[in-house]
Design a protein around this ligand. Sequence first.
Ligand code: GLN
Length: 196
Amino acid sequence: MTIAVLAVQGAFIEHEKMLKQIGVQCFEIRQRKDLEQPFDGLILPGGESTVQGKLLKELELFKPIKKKIEEGMPVFGTCAGLILLARQLSNDTHTYFGTLPVTVKRNAYGRQLGSFYIESEVKGIGKIPMNFIRAPYIEQAADEDILAKVDGNIVAVRHDNQLGISFHPEVTNCTKIHEYFCEMVKQYKKCVYSNV
Ligand code: GLN
């Protein structure tokens, strides 16, 4: 299994470290030609969604990545990555890939002081450490897609091939969410393989 990590801006190195820790091969997507290498899943890291959105378009990565997500390739967005996936933003007129059927509020805990740490439960995974850094939360999602809530706010969802979370597991030493995503990728690979 090979996972690609979008590396135009933000916390991509931390995700690569997590993948290496669990023995999963990965490489960075920085430019259009990087998409020519085969990969089975994609991580969209945290950072600044407006900058990432702009760079994705300038580097001509936006359309081919959107197409892959729409075709069913597993994708995992953390924080800014979740914002890029969201179908709607409640406090911003922009949308990016728009593939994940949720409404997300950017900087939902405040712009600077809204960073905090908590340990909380994720459905199917258990209790894990969560680092929120100028984080969004999810205001609306289908009940069956919700994986975690903190203080009543939705902070993790899964919809088919898309996993979106508000917090940053890659800055903790807990690899459970990455393992969960790799399991999604494994199932997807099995599916594609059996359809050939
Ligand atoms: N506040 C950032 C944004 O709106 C997201 C923060 C993060 O990824 N840690 O894009």
